[in-house]
Design a protein around this ligand. Structure first.
Ligand code: NAI
Ligand code: MG
Length: 354
């Protein structure tokens, strides 16, 4: 089996952790009988911007082509390029152009990663957050009138389409159905946001009819954030609109310790265009170039990529290898109070695969 992967390291520690992700993916391929045809790209980085005046070449879509997936590091170097330029010139364009309407993030407590929540140990938090990634509160419809005067008015609309809501709900219901707990939680705020959120709730109820085996509940977003902190073990799959999902998908991984281990995916489930796999963290300019970044978020994102292309056994074996290595204090990077370098940690995970 062969898969084509566009590899885009980006900036800062992206350039340090992506090679470790590739190291582990290649080892998994040797053991499980598949090959990755890699196409590395230097665009979508601030270095590229400084040379060319744009984050990506105008023909970036043709250059990326039609790979099975995109494996991305992180973008951003605020010292030289403002963050809105680097982000809108890369990630946000991909999400839209490739219609990656599902943003998926696991939040799982791993060995060796102390949870900031009292009394929580490995296994006690294990959930998936499914965020709508293309519409909702993040529309650009709105405007500003009478700017700078006492009469100033600012409006930004929320856009929910039946197509857009249903497709992300369908993905979340299918994911819940595939899990042992078969439990789906929907984030809402229909008591305060009286037009769009009742619509969201209505679509959840309608779709629940197709999934009698999935237990469904809903929480208002305010109490849901509190429950994430107080009772994270209550949750299995959590589905949310763009804004609520943005908040929950940072809070979930935060409840499980360091940002350095958290992975994420931007998915086009129909596979009409490539999906993108990247760690949650950014380019970390404060530690870049020192070889101490934690590569686990990148490596775990690689496991999610293998799940996406259908290599489920290899993906599961990478997760087991991550757990084995994190359980060993000397193999952890400094963010987890260890002394291992990025490369040491990546090599240890590749070795733990077998
Ligand atoms: P950041 O995630 O880069 O760093 C936040 C803190 O976490 C820093 O102290 C950093 O050292 C630490 N950290 C992050 N990843 C780590 C790892 N793998 N191992 C050990 N420690 C790690 O977020 P920040 O500082 O807000 O943003 C820096 C740049 O990254 C900005 O230009 C921002 O726009 C960009 N960014 C890009 C993202 C992406 O490409 N998806 C996501 C978030 C930020
Ligand atoms: Mg965010």
């Amino acid at each position: 089996r062969r898969y084509t992967v566009a590899v885009i390291p980006g900036d800062g520690i992206g350039k340090e952790v992506v090679p470790e992700g590739i190291r582990v993916l290649e080892r998994a391929g040797q053991l499980h009988g598949f090959t990755l045809d890699q196409q590395w790209h230097d665009f979508a980085s601030c270095d590229y911007y400084l040379q060319h005046g744009v984050m990506m070449p105008p023909d970036w879509k043709a250059r990326i082509g039609a790979p099975d997936a995109i494996f991305f590091g992180a973008v951003g170097w605020p010292e030289t390029v403002p963050d809105h330029v680097s982000l809108w010139g890369s990630l946000i364009q991909w999400r839209r152009e490739y219609d990656q309407y599902v943003n998926l993030r696991p939040a799982r407590l791993m060995p060796g990663v102390p949870s900031p929540l009292a009394g929580r140990g490995p296994g006690s938090i294990d959930m998936w957050i499914v965020r709508e990634n293309t519409e909702g509160e993040y529309s650009s419809i709105g405007g500003r009138m009478f700017a700078g005067t006492e009469r100033e008015i600012v409006i930004q609309e929320t856009v929910m389409t039946r197509h857009g809501v249903d497709r992300v709900l369908r993905y979340a219901f299918d994911l819940a159905r595939s899990r042992e707990a078969k439990h789906l939680t929907s984030a809402t705020k229909s008591n305060g946001i009286s037009i769009t959120m009742p619509f969201w709730d209505e679509r959840v109820e309608t779709m629940a009819g197709d999934y009698p085996d999935v237990r469904v509940d809903k929480y208002h977003i305010d109490i849901l954030t509190a429950q994430f902190v107080m009772n994270p073990d209550r949750f299995d799959v959590v589905v949310a609109s763009n804004l609520f999902g943005d908040i929950l998908s940072d809070l979930g991984p935060a409840c499980t310790g360091t940002i350095g281990v958290a992975p994420s995916a931007n998915i086009n489930p129909e596979r009409t265009s490539p999906s993108l796999f990247e760690p949650v963290h950014g380019s970390a300019p404060d530690i870049a170039g020192r070889g101490i970044a934690n590569p686990v978020g990148q490596i775990w994102s690689g496991a999610m990529m293998l799940d996406h292309v259908g290599e489920h056994e290899a993906a599961a074996s990478i997760l087991r290898a991550i757990e084995t290595v994190l359980a060993e204090p000397r193999l952890r990077t400094p963010d987890l109070k260890g002394t291992a370098s990025t490369v040491d940690c990546g090599k240890a995970i590749a070795q733990a695969l077998g």
